[in-house]
Design a protein around this ligand. Structure first.
Ligand code: ADP
Length: 603
C-alpha cells in the first residue's frame, strides 16, 4: 500500500508518497512540492528515484495544487494510494496521538483554531479538500503537538489567572514529529532503548525548538502555546518579555494583531539582520557585518541555554542531537552551541563536526573521545513519521470494551533483603499477612515510616516478596507531605530517583527509589489478546460513569505470563475518580476514535 502525506502550509504545499514495507516500515518513493504562488502561477518540484522535475506552472493556489496531484501521481505511476496522512500543527489538549479523520474529529480540530490561527486553518483546508477528492480513502491527522502530551503540568502551565488557563492558555510544544524521529534515530544508533535515555533534541530550521526527551517521553520543549516561544528563529522572535505588548502599544500605538504579526514574521534573524537565512548571515558575519555577528551569537546563546536547562530539567543527559537545516548543515553553529560545555560532560570533536555526512539517513556521532555525552547530527524525517503514524493509526485494533477491575494502591514499599535487616534487625524475615491479587504477592504484617524534610508518613505497607531494589511508591500528595519531589515512573525504572529515609523498629535507611508509580494495567497474554492490548502500549481508561467518573489517559499495558488483569492507580487518582482503596470499582477501556483511545508506546 502507498500512503500519501500532506504538509499544507499557508504559502507552500509539500507532499510525499511512501510505500509500506514489511521490513523497512515506510519507504519514500516520491516527493513533491508547490511553492511561491504568485500571479496565478507557482513553482513545482517532483522527485522520484533519479528523476528530478522542476519548473513553473499555471497553478495559482494551494487548492489547485492539491487538485492537480492525482494527475501528477498518475504520471509517475503511483495509482495505488491506500491512505492519506496530514500534518496538523495544533492538536490542543484534545489530541495526544494520530487520529483518524471523520466529521467529528475535523470539527474538533476546527474548534482549536483560536489556539493556532496561523497554522491550523491551512492544514484543515487541505484535509477538507482531500476528503472531497479522495472520499473513499482513510485519512489521518498527525499533530505536531502530540508528542508533547506527556509534558508534566509544571512544564506546561503558565503562571497566569485561572480563567485564562481554563480557556486553553498553556504550553503545548511543537515540532513533535521531528523530535520523536530524531530521538528514536539516536537511540537506534546508541543501541539502547529510548526509554533508558535522556536526550536533548535541537531542531534548528526556519522554525527552531529544543526538546527534552526523558526516558522516551517528551518532558519539555522550548515552544509554548504557539510556535513563537523559545529559540530565535528565521522570522520569529522566540522568548520575549510579554511586557513588550504594553510597551509597544503605548509607545507606537500598535494593535495586538500588528505586534503578533511582527513577532512572527519580522523578528528573529530577519528582525536582527534583514535576512532570515543563516547561510547569508554566516557569510556576512565572516566579512565583518556586526548585525549578522550579533544575530549568530544570540541564536547560539539561546539554543545553548536551553540545552543546559533541559539537562538540568531531566537531571541528566546522555545525548544531544542536532537536526533541521541549520542543525544539519552548520558546523560553526553546532560548535558555538557545544563549545565550553565540558563541565557537563559534553565535548565536541572538531574534525568530526566539520566532516558530517548525512547521506543514506546517517546519524554520525561528533563528540570527542571521552565525552560522556554523545552528540549526533541527523536529518529529520517528518513526512516519513507521518506515513508511519498514519499506518499505525489505521492498523490499530479497536480495543474491546470489557470491564477491568481497578485497584487503588496506597503508599507502600518493596524492600531488598538488606533493607529488611537494616530496618528490622539481622536475620529478620517479614511475615506475609494478606495475599494480593497478583499471584505470589502479599502485604506484610510489618509496617515502616517514611521521613522527608517536610514530614513523616507512618504505618506504610510493605509488599512482598523481596526485590533486588528497594522501591518506595507514594502518591503526589504524599510526596508533598514528605517534601520531596518524586518522579512518575514505571515500576523498576529507578535510575536517578530521589532518596528518602525509611524508618523501622531496629533502624533506619536512606535509600533512593522514591517514585509515584505510573498507572498501569497488569494483564496476561490470553486476556491481552482478547482485549486487543499489547505489552508496552498506552491506552485511555474510563473509570465509573457516576458524577465523578473520568478518563485516565496514558495507562501503560504490562503483560506478564501469570498476571491477574487489573488496573493499578494511586490514592490521588482514586480520589479524583471518587473511588477508594478496595472499592472494587471497574474501569473500561474507552471506545471511540481508535487513535485517541489506544496508542503505541513511544519506544
Ligand atoms: P524549515 O524549518 O523551513 O524546514 P530548514 O530546516 O530547511 O527550514 O532550515 C532552513 C535554515 O537552514 C535556513 O536558515 C538556512 O540558511 C539554513 N541552512 C541550510 N544550509 C545551511 C548551511 N550550509 N549553513 C548554514 N545554514 C544553513
Amino acid at each position: 500500500m502507498h500512503i500519501l502525506v500532506f504538509n499544507a502550509g499557508s504559502s507552500s504545499l509539500k507532499f510525499g508518497v511512501f510505500r509500506l514495507d514489511a521490513e523497512d516500515g515506510a519507504v519514500e518513493v516520491f516527493k513533491g512540492s508547490y511553492e511561491r504562488f504568485r500571479d496565478g502561477r507557482s513553482e513545482f518540484r517532483f522527485r522520484q528515484g533519479d528523476t528530478d522535475e522542476r519548473g513553473t506552472g499555471e497553478i495559482g493556489d494551494i487548492d489547485r495544487a492539491i487538485e492537480a496531484i492525482p494527475a501528477v501521481l498518475g504520471r509517475f505511476g503511483l495509482t495505488e494510494i491506500g491512505a492519506i496522512g496530514h500534518r496538523v500543527v495544533h492538536g490542543g489538549a484534545r489530541f495526544s496521538a494520530a487520529t483518524i479523520l471523520d466529521d467529528v474529529t475535523v470539527a474538533e480540530i476546527d474548534a482549536l483554531t483560536p489556539l493556532a490561527p496561523l497554522h491550523n486553518p491551512a492544514n484543515l483546508r487541505a484535509v477538507r479538500l482531500c476528503r472531497r477528492l479522495w472520499p473513499d480513502l482513510p485519512q489521518v491527522a498527525v499533530f505536531d503537538t502530540a508528542f508533547h502530551a506527556t509534558n508534566p503540568p509544571f512544564a506546561t502551565t503558565y503562571a497566569v489567572p485561572r480563567q485564562w488557563r481554563e480557556a486553553g492558555l498553556r504550553r503545548y510544544g511543537f515540532h513533535g514529529t521531528s523530535h520523536r524521529y530524531v530521538a528514536q534515530r539516536t537511540a537506534q544508533e546508541i543501541g539502547r532503548p529510548l526509554s533508558d535515555l535522556q536526550i536533548v533534541s535541537v531542531h534548528l530550521g526556519n522554525g527552531a525548538s529544543v526538546c527534552a526527551i526523558n526516558r522516551g517521553q517528551s518532558m519539555d520543549s522550548s515552544m509554548g502555546m504557539t510556535p513563537l516561544e523559545g529559540l530565535v528563529m528565521g522570522t520569529r522572535s522566540g522568548d520575549v518579555d510579554p511586557g513588550a505588548f504594553g510597551f509597544l502599544s503605548r509607545q507606537f500605538g500598535l494593535s495586538v494583531e500588528a505586534i503578533e504579526t511582527a513577532l512572527n514574521n519580522d523578528s528573529g534573524l530577519k528582525g536582527l539582520t534583514g535576512s532570515s537565512d543563516m547561510r547569508d548571515l554566516e557569510d556576512r558575519a565572516a566579512k565583518g557585518d556586526p548585525d549578522a555577528q550579533l544575530a549568530i551569537e544570540i541564536f547560539a546563546y539561546r539554543a545553548r541555554k536551553y540545552v543546559g536547562a533541559y539537562a538540568a530539567a531531566m537531571g541528566g543527559i546522555d545525548a544531544v542531537v542536532f537536526t533541521g537545516g541549520i542543525g544539519e548543515n552548520s558546523p560553526s553553529m553546532r560548535r558555538r552551541i557545544c563549545d565550553g560545555l565540558d563541565f557537563m560532560g559534553l565535548r565536541l570533536d572538531h574534525d568530526r563536526n566539520q566532516a558530517v555526512d548525512l547521506s543514506g539517513h546517517a546519524a554520525p556521532q561528533i563528540q570527542a573521545y571521552g565525552s560522556r555525552v554523545r552528540i549526533f547530527v541527523t536529518e529529520t524525517a517528518e513526512q516519513l513519521m507521518i506515513a508511519r503514524e498514519t499506518a499505525a493509526a489505521l492498523a490499530r485494533p479497536e480495543p474491546v470494551a470489557e470491564p477491568i477491575p481497578v485497584a487503588v494502591s496506597a503508599r507502600h514499599v518493596h524492600l531488598t533483603g538488606d533493607a529488611v535487616e537494616a530496618l528490622f534487625g539481622p536475620g529478620y524475615r517479614l511475615t506475609p499477612d494478606k495475599p494480593l491479587r497478583q499471584p505470589g504477592q502479599w502485604s506484610a504484617r510489618e509496617r515502616v515510616a517514611l521521613e522527608g524534610p517536610k514530614g513523616r508518613l507512618e504505618r506504610v505497607a510493605i509488599l512482598g516478596p523481596l526485590r533486588s531494589r528497594t522501591q518506595i511508591e507514594v502518591s503526589r500528595t504524599d510526596s508533598f507531605a514528605l517534601g520531596i519531589k518524586a518522579p512518575v515512573r514505571d515500576s523498576g525504572k529507578l535510575e536517578g530517583t530521589p532518596t528518602v529515609t525509611i524508618v523501622g523498629p531496629a533502624g533506619s535507611l536512606v535509600t533512593d527509589g522514591l517514585i509515584i508509580a505510573a498507572r498501569h494495567i497488569h494483564t496476561n497474554p490470553a486476556d491481552a489478546a482478547r482485549l486487543g492490548l499489547e505489552d508496552g502500549e498506552y491506552v485511555d481508561v474510563r473509570i465509573g460513569d457516576h458524577d465523578r467518573g473520568l478518563t485516565f489517559a496514558r495507562t501503560l499495558i504490562r503483560v506478564g505470563a501469570d498476571s491477574f488483569t487489573e488496573m493499578h492507580i494511586d490514592t490521588d487518582e482514586g480520589n479524583a475518580a471518587g473511588i477508594g482503596v478496595g472499592d472494587g470499582e471497574e474501569g473500561e477501556i474507552v471506545q471511540g476514535q481508535a487513535a485517541t483511545v489506544h496508542r503505541r508506546a513511544v519506544v
